[in-house]
Design a protein around this ligand. Structure first.
Ligand code: ADP
Ligand code: MG
Length: 343
């Protein structure tokens, strides 16, 4: 039974934030094992996921950054080292915990730093067995359907997406930097984060309105007497998506409303692509947005995808939370169909 092009979907409920505590927000979510129930004024809706991470309340099992890494990161790294392309994206409303989960802080490193750290440990082990591991990273931002190299100069023009007939879509001129240690990879990530376009919204002052795509290119090579015994290549895309909220609920106006439209285009298309894949449609509209075009070789075929849907526990966010859970639920269906079709 094959599970290629499977999407594994987890949700993560963050703790109440200061604003929610100050207005005395109630908890609208209940998690039991892999089931999550969201309750609004009208109904209680239960969804099943591959995993539910709960971040507070002693009566529930607490999920730390390490727990999330153990579940998602180790599996992803294994597939990447086996030679598969991997894609992990954090989806959810602004302020729901996407960046915390992907990047984290110095004290509580998120998925990207933890994946990088284990990758270099693995490379060191590889070396003992005579296998060379080359690691390069790139970091770009998709903002209003334009690609910007976060490792390039501020004055650089937006980059173009192209498609190679055999190698698939790529960003023309995107910098790939060799990183020889996890510290170096982390420094590159941090310098890219500093360059990210941020625009305050009513929901979260420092939240980014762009999609941030951090990629790790891994090449493993073994040669004996100058002859290649094997070579394995894989690409890992780690994506901190822009907030999934509709622009009106974030109180965006003027230029930000325009941004909202463009962001929605990429996210709406991502939804459409996932829907088409889950329904095994012949036509998958990858090329309708920059994000999905670039993800073409990560979302189908011989690659693996993980979705981490971040949600707030608070009742005043329950409609956005429901919309995130519905989206995540649809993403999960890609897996079922892929598995059934390959039996
Ligand atoms: P997003 O990237 O989705 O807009 P952030 O990751 O920036 O949201 O999270 C918003 C705030 O909530 C940040 O201050 C972050 O540190 C905090 N936060 C998010 N998730 C968690 C968590 N699981 N545990 C503790 N704090 C969290
Ligand atoms: Mg963020």
């Amino acid at each position: 039974m094959g599970t290629s092009s499977a999407v594994k979907v987890s949700i993560r409920v963050r703790p109440f934030n200061k604003r929610e505590l100050s207005i005395g927000a109630k908890c609208a979510l209940a998690v039991e094992g892999v089931k999550c129930t969201a309750t609004n004024d009208k109904e209680a809706k239960t969804f099943s996921f591959d995993e539910c991470f709960w971040s507070f309340d002693k009566s529930q099992e607490f999920s730390s950054q390490e727990n999330v890494y153990e579940s998602i990161g180790t599996e992803l790294l294994k597939h990447a080292l086996d030679g598969y392309n991997c894609c992990l994206m954090a989806y959810g409303q602004t302020g729901a915990g996407k960046s915390f989960s992907m990047m984290g802080s110095r004290k509580q490193p998120g998925l990207i730093p933890q994946i990088a750290s284990s990758l270099y440990d693995f490379a060191a082990k590889n070396e003992n067995e005579g296998i060379q591991t080359e690691i390069e990273v790139s970091y770009m931002e998709i903002y209003c359907e334009k690609v910007r190299d976060l490792l390039g100069k501020k004055s650089d023009k937006p980059l173009r997406v192209r498609e190679h007939p055999a190698l698939g879509p790529y960003v023309e001129g995107l910098k790939k930097l060799a990183a020889t240690s996890s510290e170096e990879a982390l420094q590159i990530m941090l310098s890219g984060n500093a360059a990210r376009t941020v625009a305050a919204t009513n929901m979260n002052q420092s939240s980014s309105r762009s999609h941030a795509v951090f990629q790790i290119f891994i090449k493993q090579k073994k040669s004996e007497d100058g002859v290649n015994v094997f070579e394995k290549k894989s690409k890992v895309a780690l994506i901190d998506l822009a907030g999934s909220e509709r622009s009106s609920s974030a109180g965006t106006v003027g230029t930000r409303l325009k941004e909202g439209g463009a962001i929605n285009k990429s996210l709406t298309t991502l939804g459409k692509v996932i829907h088409a894949l889950s329904e095994k449609k012949k036509h998958v509209p990858y090329r309708e947005s920059v994000l999905t075009w670039l993800l073409k070789d990560s979302l189908g075929g011989n690659s693996r995808t993980w979705v981490l849907a971040a949600v707030s526990p608070a009742d005043d966010s329950v409609e956005e939370t429901l919309s995130t859970l519905r989206w995540a639920d649809r993403a999960r269906k890609v897996q079922c169909h892929a598995v059934i079709n390959e039996d």
